[in-house]
Design a protein around this ligand. Sequence first.
Ligand SMILES: Nc1ncnc2c1ncn2[C@@H]1O[C@H](COP(=O)(O)OP(=O)(O)O)[C@@H](O)[C@H]1O
Ligand SMILES: [Mg+2]
Length: 323
Amino acid sequence: MTEQNGHALLEVKDLKKHFRVGRESLKAVDGISLEIQKGETLGLVGESGCGKTTVGRILVRLYEPSAGEVLFAGEDVHRTRGNEAKTLNRKMQMIFQDPQASLNPRMVVSDIVAEGIDIHGLAGSKKERLDRVHELLETVGLSKEHANRFPHEFSGGQRQRIGVARALAVEPEFIVADEPVSALDVSIQAQVINLMRRLQKERDLTYLFISHDLSVVKYISDRVGVMYLGQLVELADSDELYANPLHPYTQALLSAVPVPDPDYESERERIVIKGDLPSPVNPPSGCRFRTRCPQAVEAAAHIDPPWREAKPGHWIQACPCFA
Ligand SMILES: Nc1ncnc2c1ncn2[C@@H]1O[C@H](COP(=O)(O)OP(=O)(O)O)[C@@H](O)[C@H]1O
Ligand SMILES: [Mg+2]
C-alpha cells in the first residue's frame, strides 16, 4: 500500500492547532502524528470537541497549522504556493457533516457539482461540463433529472450524495469525510457508507473518515485512531482496536456502543466515563484523560505519556496507570 517513493500518501507530523480565544489559547489539536496509506481508510473517532474536524480541515488546507507539518506524497501541503497549491486543492477534497448547511441553497445542483470543474478548468465546453455533471449524478445514485433542482428539494441522504458528487467532480485522490452520515437517519447511513466504499474501490481513493460514533467507522475503516482532548490516545487496525482496546478511554467508548445480541448486551460491563470533558484551554497536566480515567493514579499528573507501539501496528499513549 505504500507509495513507490517510500512515502505514505499522507504523513502528519506533530500537528498542532491552537486557537486564540481572548487572551487564552485553546489547544484544539495538540501534537498528532499519523500516516495514511494510499487506498486506505483511516477512521478518526472521539467525543465532540476533541479536535477531529480541526485535524481534517488542516489536512485539506482549510486551516494553517500552528505547528507541525502535513506531507501529501512527500510534499509539505502548507508550504506550496501557486499552481502546486491549486493542484493540491483539487487532489484533496472534503465532504461535510451537514449537507444542508454545506450546499448553497440558491444554487442548482449542476452548478454546485460543477463548481470545482469550473475553478480547475476541467471541462472544455458547456456540453462537456453538463455531461460530466450528469455522469457524476448517476455515479452517486441520483439522476440527470436532478441537475436543475435546488438542494431543498432533496432528502438528507440525497443531499449528502450531492456533496459526494461535488467532491468527486475534481477527481481527488484524498477525501476527508467529516461525519458524513451523522446528520442522517440510521437507515440511510449504510447506503451512503456503501456508496463511499464502492467509489473508493473504483477510484482508488484514500479517506480520512471522521465520526463520533465508533459503530459507524468500524465497517469502513482499515485502521482507526481515537482522539481525546486534541491528542491521539490509540491507533490500530480496525479489527484489532475493537477486539483488543488497550487505552481506558477506548475501552470506555467501546463499552458504550450497543451490541446486537440482547443476552450479551445485558451482561456486559459498561464503563462509565465520569465527569465532564476538561477545557482544551487548560487541559490536565500529564495524561489528559487522568481526570476521568477509572485507572488513574497520582503518577499520571506528572508524566506526559509517550506514544508507543504496544504490539505491531497497535499504538497507544502509554500512561503509567495501565501500560
Ligand atoms: N475556529 C475556531 N476558533 C476557536 N475555537 C475553535 C475553532 N474551531 C474549533 N474550535 C474549538 O476546538 C476544539 C475542537 O473542535 P473540533 O475540531 O470542531 O472538534 P470535533 O470535530 O472533534 O467535535 C473545540 O473546543 C472547539 O470549540
Ligand atoms: Mg467535528
